[in-house]
Design a protein around this ligand. Structure first.
Ligand code: NAD
Length: 523
């Protein structure tokens, strides 16, 4: 086997690769040099510097696998690789331990005033009284986002004798029980924690999720740590919380603007800042390289790899035939994820009509799961791993086939079970091309899944729609399109709107007499 390593990889990874084949380790190549070097190689390993373009991929005559030592694969043309049947693998969990250890380090530094003590001693002071600290043991840690890093923090905090509560709307009770923490609501975590640590991706939902209101709800003297992403905490509100003495302290490894040289937080003595050091350890760098190398070796030896980024190896003609449905499946998953309650426990997907006879339906199921999971997880959800991620999150997935497809040629029916409530959404491709949602919770609808949706189930009586749209008008929300479905004394009003609706407007609409259910989604 011939392996090309074109970025700086840890020597331990090179050693591993050398046990499998002949390694050419050459960094800093020009595009032309890379094209020449890749020609006869079976595998390529990169970090983020090498640009693996379509031109490079097409020049490779024997290439079977590309390994990325890290998470992001923006530097690799995935489509070109997939078309050529080249597997792309990465190393998503490589920095989990490292980031979780920094989090614990910052918690300890806050609890014991370590950074303040050090700088005061350097100034010739011996301030034992001023620097009285607190223990972690017996305190409550609230973890927001209990994925890979959040879970590692929970394990360590428990070992230190902390009580842990957590908020993650996409994690099952079962997963929380297995890890030994209490899964609860965001407000409970905010109100009841002595320490709060964030481990969420930056999304529309998590942007400024800790702001003035949340800080006001916290315990007096609470500590906040953020090693996730800048922007999840409103830094102005954080500074106010520190200056007013409401907060005991705060530590950030990540900032909304990096580097944060002009950030006034850096002048506050109860604040600790680190320069996005989360993943910066010798071990994390090493594991990013060795995990990627191990994955590459598995593929070269025809063994299943764990961290595959691109599509499964379904025959290209089968994949081509399903292309439109793969997109539809993803839209359906994304929409249903938002319409259902937060804690999804089971999904059942039924393929009807012509689709019931199709090959490669496992790819469609993966696309539905990908659509559901991608908005809530930090990168790396793809058609290959979506099923495994769903399983690890305690979501049971069943597939069914049915010849009858109502009035359509093909139909996908998705039933999502969350917190004991079931949401059913049906979708089809009109004329084999145009994606349409044709059923929501038992109502027949006809909507193009694109844009911002506001959906209300209400009594079927005169004046209901008027009351709801008047409320929207009062808040300057424009309706672009409206569709009304009807059944047994109730109606489902689906509107496509120009702005997302804030919680206070939704609450007003929920309070209108005759309104049964209010849902929103952005597709
Ligand atoms: P992950 O995808 O394994 O976990 C993220 C968790 O957040 C998931 O369990 C998800 O369900 C949850 N989540 C999503 N939306 C939420 C919401 N609105 N409220 C509560 N929970 C929500 O990711 P990870 O590997 O654990 O990484 C966590 C964060 O750490 C990411 O933002 C990542 O970019 C960041 N990170 C930072 C550094 C650093 O250098 N400081 C290094 C690596 C990762």
């Amino acid at each position: 086997m011939r392996i090309l390593v074109s970025d700086q990889l840890h020597p331990a990874a090179i050693e591993l690769l050398e046990e499998t084949g002949e390694v050419e380790f050459r960094t800093g190549m020009s595009n032309e040099e890379l094209i020449e070097a890749i020609r006869d190689k079976d595998a390529l390993l990169v970090r983020s510097a090498t640009k693996v373009t379509r031109e490079v991929i097409e020049a490779a005559e024997n290439l079977k696998v590309i390994g990325r030592a890290g998470i992001g694969v923006d530097n690799i043309d995935l489509e070109a690789a997939t078309e050529r049947g080249i597997v792309v693998v990465n190393a998503p969990g490589a920095s989990t331990t490292t980031v979780s250890e920094l989090t614990l380090g910052l918690m300890l530094a806050l609890a014991r005033n370590i950074t303040r003590a050090d700088s005061s001693l350097r100034k010739g002071r011996w301030e034992k009284k001023n620097l009285l600290g607190v223990e972690l043991r017996g305190k409550t840690l609230g973890v927001i986002g209990t994925g890979r890093i959040g879970s590692a923090v929970i394990e360590k905090a428990k070992a230190m004798g902390m009580r842990v509560i957590g908020y993650d709307p996409y994690v099952s009770e079962k997963a929380a029980r297995n890890l030994g923490f209490e899964l609860t609501g965001l407000e409970e975590v905010i109100r009841n924690s002595d320490f709060i640590s964030l481990h969420v991706p930056l999304t529309d939902q998590t942007y400024h999720m800790i702001g003035r209101e949340e800080i006001a709800m916290m315990k007096d003297g609470a500590f906040i740590v953020n090693c996730s992403r800048g922007g999840t905490i409103d830094e102005e509100a954080l500074l106010e919380g520190l200056e007013s003495g409401k907060l005991g302290g705060a530590a950030l490894d990540v900032f909304e603007k990096e580097p944060p040289f002009d950030n006034p937080l850096l002048k506050n003595e109860r604040f600790i800042g680190t320069p996005h050091l989360g993943a910066s350890t010798e071990e994390a760098q090493r594991s990013a390289s060795t995990i990627a190398a191990e994955e590459v070796i598995k593929v070269l030896n025809n063994q299943p790899a764990t961290n595959v980024v691109n599509m499964p190896r379904v025959l290209p003609e089968v994949l081509e035939g399903l292309k439109g449905y793969i997109q539809l499946g993803e839209l359906l998953g994304r929409l249903t994820g938002q319409l259902s309650q937060e804690r999804l426990s089971a999904v059942s997907i039924t393929y009807c009509g012509g689709l019931a006879q199709a090959e490669g339906l496992e790819v469609l199921t993966s696309s539905v799961l990908k659509g559901y999971l991608s908005p809530i997880l930090t990168g790396g959800v793809n058609l290959m791993n979506a099923g495994v991620i769903a399983k690890n999150r305690g979501i049971s997935v069943t597939e069914g086939r049915r010849d009858e497809a109502e009035k359509y040629q093909d139909l996908i029916i998705l039933n999502a079970m969350a917190d004991g409530e079931e949401v059913e959404v049906k979708a089809t491709l009109l004329g084999g091309e145009e994606p349409r949602i044709v059923g929501i919770i038992g109502y027949e609808v006809d909507i193009t899944p694109e844009g911002k949706f506001f959906i209300v189930e209400h009594d079927d009586r005169p004046g209901m729609i008027g009351q709801i749209t008047t409320e929207l008008g009062k808040h300057d929300i424009n309706i672009d399109a409206m569709h009304v479905g009807r059944r047994e004394g109730s109606q489902l009003m689906v509107t496509s709107v120009d702005k997302e609706l804030k919680e206070d407007i939704l609450e007003k609409i929920r309070n209108i007499k005759g309104v049964k259910k209010v849902m929103t989604a952005v597709v």
